[in-house]
Design a protein around this ligand. Sequence first.
Ligand code: PSU
Ligand code: MN
Length: 309
Amino acid sequence: MTHHATGPVVLSEAVADALAEGRPVVALESTIISHGFPRPRNLEVARTFEQTLVNEGVTPATIAVIDGVPHVGLDDAQVERIAQDESVIKVSSRDLGPAMVARATGATTVAATALLAHRAGLRVFSTGGLGGVHRGASQSYDESADLTMVARMPITVISAGAKSILDIPATLERLETLGVTVVGYRTKHYPGFYLSDSGYEIDWQVDSAEEIAGIMAANDALGLENAVLVANPLPVDKQLDPELHDRVLAEGLAESEQRGIHGKEATPFLLAWMVEHTQGRSLEVNIDIAVNNIRLGGEIARAWVGRSA
Ligand code: PSU
Ligand code: MN
């Protein structure tokens, strides 16, 4: 593969060409692949994510650190490695420097992906659920670096809200403090990841990809450098059964507290707990969430390049 470097960041040929020709590109993170979904299903899922974009004429840019080099756009062998190699580490933005020096291979979180996507010149990034403030954070101080990073990166991030394993109202308060633009796609109800509605309201509703591209342009024109967070709920008939969700999540939170799970293990532990104790139903919902966000990301990326054309 021909490589195109922007500083230390290497772009795949497909991504570099799409950018040069003004075609739409959507960034995808890789922690969701390595640490969010169980093996071996995660490889099929990673391919589905990319194919969803390709089918709509959008270039996927899956982002990861391979042997110490940050890559924007992976080839098949690199996607396989992220999905299959158990030694792949979880890399947040603060881990990028050490991972590069150690020549490590790591999957990037929302924080690290947003940073690398921005450095590569991408404007749209789809994920499943954003990291946020963990429950009990007033004691543990556990708050995802996703929040502070999206406050600093002018990129549009499509998610189904913050993961319901988190403290949602606290996360919304932090997003407000940090000056992150939050809009609901066709709703004012902030979604709850596995659930279509977290029970909390947001101020702005947008109804089209064009409207979102307009908000991006308006923020740019003002010199704002924060992300636009697009909260995209799953349709109610596709959400996880709320009763099952609440029960299994409560058990998982108690278990993680008892085992003293913390730091970067907290989110993967709770996601895996949900998969195991919902007999895999949370996994199917998580895939639907991500695909739904990737589709919308594709539409927004198209609207964005359409504006500047
Ligand atoms: N969304 C998913 N599954 C995931 C994640 C997001 O559907 O596994 C990952 C993202 O990479 C996000 C990370 O950045 O969880 C948050 O981890 P932490 O809470 O440790 O910051
Ligand atoms: Mn954390």
